[in-house]
Design a protein. Structure first.
Length: 259
């Protein structure tokens, strides 16, 4: 789906279905430096099982025009503009990493427009190492290496992709190498700077990877304690990139939560 949001072209994968105002809507928000294809299996499933789906390319990512937005608050504001452009009044939001913080902020800013939020690979605070930030600021390829290595469980280089013939590291590297200058840095700094104010009241699901090196499960404890009634699914074999490392387990958690 091609949209115009705040005067610029934006793209959201809609699972090849036209928007139907009679159906509930699920929005998928990718992590730093990535794009809508991170949620390939999950977005496709819901699009073919009775939901409107918007798997979004954030500004300066994938097929959406830039510039990159530099704070979680700016991205949340932009997302509500995108929903208005698509004719969506209310949605559930599934966010990974950077996208999980945007989901939190949306639930705080306009709770009447958010049904539920699912937070994948999340933490609060979501601090980024000085070395990672510095490399990203200089557009040094080392930042892509850090993102790729730390963003997956250690088993991945040994053929851990659940899809035969696919190379998880190579796929991530290719997405990162397509980014414009400064985009990864803008994403990482937005994560690093965000402070969760508390106050989310909508149903919330945490999906966490036991082997996550970027946002280990213990880093989500501060959030879990501050969101009443939040549920948690811990995926034993996955690292940070839950949607591709453990696609079926992640989908199962979302199906149950969004049912």
């Amino acid at each position: 789906m091609k949209l115009e949001v705040e005067g610029k072209a934006a793209f959201a994968y809609a699972a090849n279905h036209a928007f139907d105002a009679g159906k509930p809507t699920v929005v998928f928000l990718h992590g730093a430096g990535l794009d809508h294809s991170s949620f390939g299996l999950q977005s496709r499933y819901f699009g073919y099982h009775g939901r409107n789906v918007l798997a979004v390319d954030l500004p300066a990512h994938g097929r959406s025009q830039g510039p990159a937005l530099t704070s979680i608050g700016e991205i949340a504001r932009w997302l509500f503009s995108l929903l208005a452009a698509a004719g969506v009044q209310k949605a559930s939001i599934v966010g990974h990493s950077l996208g999980s913080l945007v989901a939190l902020e949306c639930a705080l800013r306009q709770p009447a427009r958010v049904n539920r939020i699912a937070l994948l690979g999340t933490a609060s605070p979501m601090k980024v190492s000085a070395e990672f930030l510095d490399a990203a600021k200089r557009d040094d390829h080392a930042a892509f290496d850090m993102h790729t290595i730390w963003g997956h469980a250690p088993r991945v280089p040994l053929g851990g992709d659940p899809n035969p013939g696919m190379w998880m590291f190579g796929d991530t590297q290719a997405r990162l190498e397509r980014l414009g200058p400064g985009v990864l840095y803008a994403d990482l700094k937005a994560c690093n700077d965000y402070e969760f104010a508390g106050g989310v009241q909508c149903p919330t699901l945490f999906v966490l990877g036991r082997r996550d090196m970027m946002t280990p499960p213990r880093a989500a404890s501060g959030l879990q304690e501050r969101i009443p009634g939040a549920r948690t699914v811990l995926i034993e074999a996955s690292g940070h990139s839950l949607m591709v490392e453990a696609p079926d387990a992640t989908l199962d958690a979302l199906i149950e939560f969004l049912a």
